[in-house]
Design a protein around this ligand. Structure first.
Ligand code: DQQ
Length: 598
């Protein structure tokens, strides 16, 4: 048997004994009839009501069992499609199929009764892994990775059975063409996966790219393929991008962004290059981070060049500094924007997931565009999410003294959308002229070091301001809480500004990891240098934070014991040694989505 992917090997060995009972109850081979007969309607599937409160109210999740990567997002005939890696049999990874959901607003999803792809061919019998959708001559085509009967990763193609059906219920694998790519020399059979949405090159031919790793030196790489008919594909000599020592690159994404404004694009060619930059995102198998780099792409040489080498893959920028992985973007022609979907894993133990009967959710789709600084991205929940807001509570000019904690009355609940603006405190109360050194707060490519600034007292810091922020999913006595806050630290005359999510007092009765997440906040490119902003989507076990207009994002899992549902309270706090003003605070309760099946 060929070796398993290293990450899978690790996960499998960890999981195996814990999950033995569930593994034993799996069918010993795929039974397509059984898969097709699974009723995905919510009412028939919900179980274990004790744990029901951890389910999300407005973040997408399947009715039961394990889900991971979002696959093949697309807009077709007025309908958004979300496919996802799904295990129909258990709340742990395995038996991977493509589940399918549709919506008209990226928020109110309906489960499609039919599974889009199930493992039923020699070239995908061990799993239908991640892939993408491309509109080719007006009709969608799926490219995906199959795990073959001999445990080799290969690339395959599927087409709609009926392309006039806006719901695209049924898909046909193109046996005559599959697999269209197998691992090339120098690449392990277990390191070749996740084809991107295809694009058209300068020669008018199609390109797609596949995530990989050089066997010899642990270099993460994106291989490029070319085709004139979307049937036969040839490997190009030049990779799209590669970075030494970064390990396997999963789920690559490659897309243009406008230099000015928020409009999306799917044009990879010539003239527009003057006003476009390009983004490469990969999911690093070794660290489980989604990391990206902004650069230029020359369609003639098919070369991508990072704008700043110091910000290349694996060294600097992440979409999200919490739990967020295997993301995939697509161009939304309906609203002319680039939309990003991402997988949020659980933070509790697989045994808890088995007890719950489900694992993982999808993040709220985010609009993505290039920041004014030209080297990093901004992300913001699609505006359609605002339709769930109700009963706003607003406060202005809340002055928080040192150590003050302000309870936001009327905001009880586990489904909230919160927006807060803080005035940047004067660095020294008596020194009107003491300016922050905004330039030095730029993202500097040190993501691993950033965590430490969230936690601890730092005697070597010349000055610390904050933390100030909000507690959510908090019990009334604050014994249990999840805290999102800003913190400034001055080292050698330079300020570092952090946004942090502290889970150490959360999830009192859970076996979840209770760490501290953090990301640097870039103040240098922010127009209003007097303000710090955060938006937080709270959804039972999810806390999704967008700081500084989406320049730094953190997604976390929190499983409250005391601070859930109507016992979940929200506070604004200032634990720093200087007064802080929250100039604007708005809190909305969010509607629950009733998922149905079509
Ligand atoms: N998940 C899929 C792979 C991909 C990984 C398998 C990323 O195709 O590389 O479920 O989470």
């Amino acid at each position: 048997m060929a070796p398993l992917p290293s990450s899978s090997l690790f996960s499998f060995s960890l999981l195996f004994f814990a999950l033995l009972p569930s593994i034993l109850s799996l069918p010993d081979r795929y039974d397509v009839q059984t898969l097709a007969a699974i009723d995905q309607s919510p009412d028939s599937q919900r179980n274990d009501l004790d744990w029901e409160w951890q389910r999300t109210g407005f973040h997408f999740q399947p009715v039961k069992n394990w889900m991971n990567d979002p696959n093949g997002p697309l807009f077709y005939k007025g309908v958004y499609h979300l496919f996802y890696q799904w295990n129909p049999y258990a709340a742990v990874w395995g038996n991977i199929t493509w589940g399918h959901a549709v919506s008209t607003d990226l928020i109110h999803w309906k489960y499609v009764k039919e599974l889009a792809l199930v493992p039923d061919r020699w070239y995908d019998i061990k799993g239908v892994w991640s892939g993408s959708a491309t509109i080719v001559n007006g009709e969608p085509i799926l490219l995906y990775t199959g795990w073959t009967n001999s445990s080799t990763q290969v690339q395959n193609k599927a087409v709609p059975k009926n392309s006039s059906d806006p719901l695209l219920r049924e898909w046909i694998k193109v046996d005559a063409e599959n697999p269209f790519a197998v691992p090339p020399p120098g690449i392990n059979t277990s390191d070749f996966r996740d084809p991107t949405t295809a694009w058209i090159g300068q020669d008018g031919l199609w390109r797609t790219a596949v995530g990989s790793k050089y066997r010899a030196n642990d270099t993460g790489i994106i291989l490029q393929y070319r085709s004139k008919d979307f049937a036969k594909w040839e490997l190009l000599d030049e990779s799209l991008h590669a970075v030494n020592g970064t390990g396997m690159w999963e789920c690559p994404d490659f897309f243009p962004v406008a230099v000015h404004g928020q409009q999306g694009s799917e044009n990879y060619l010539g003239e527009e290059n003057a006003i476009q930059k390009f983004v490469i995102k990969v999911s690093l198998d070794e660290t489980r981070f989604d990391t990206y780099v902004v650069g230029d792409y020359d369609p003639a040489s098919e070369k991508f060049l990072p704008s700043f080498e110091a910000l290349d893959i694996g060294t600097a920028l992440r979409y999200d500094y919490g739990i967020y992985y295997a993301s995939k973007s697509f161009y939304d022609p309906h609203k002319k924007r680039r939309v990003l979907l991402g997988w949020i894993n659980e933070a509790d133990k697989p045994t808890s997931d088995i007890r719950k009967g489900w694992a993982s959710v999808q993040a709220i789709p985010r609009v993505v565009w290039l920041d004014e600084n030209q080297h990093s991205l901004r992300q913001w929940p699609v505006p359609e999410i605002n339709s769930l807001r109700k009963h706003p509570i607003r406060h202005t000019d809340l002055l928080l003294k040192q150590g003050e904690v302000f309870k936001v009355n009327g905001s009880q609940g586990s489904q909230l959308d919160i927006e807060v603006t803080f005035q940047i405190p004067k660095a020294h109360a008596n020194d009107e002229n003491d300016e922050f050194n905004f330039e030095s707060s730029r993202v500097e490519g040190i993501p691993n070091n950033t965590l430490i600034y969230c936690n601890g007292s730092f005697p070597e810091a010349e000055q610390i301001i904050g933390p100030f922020g909000v507690h959510v999913l908090a019990s009334e006595d604050l014994r249990e809480r999840t805290s999102v806050f800003f913190k400034f630290l001055k080292f050698k005359g330079s300020w570092k500004t952090m946004v942090c999510n502290d889970l150490t007092s959360s999830s009192l009765a859970s076996d979840a990891t209770k760490g501290v997440y953090g990301g640097l906040v870039s103040l240098s490119s922010y127009k209003n240098r007097q303000a710090l902003t955060m938006r937080i989507l709270v959804d039972h076990s999810i806390v999704e934070t967008f700081a500084q207009g989406g320049r730094t994002c953190i997604t976390a899992r929190s499983y409250p014991l005391l601070g859930s549902d109507n016992n979940a309270h929200m506070f604004v706090f200032n634990n720093g040694s200087l007064p802080v003003k929250a100039t604007h605070l708005a809190v909305w309760k969010m509607d629950k989505i009733r998922y149905t099946t079509v």
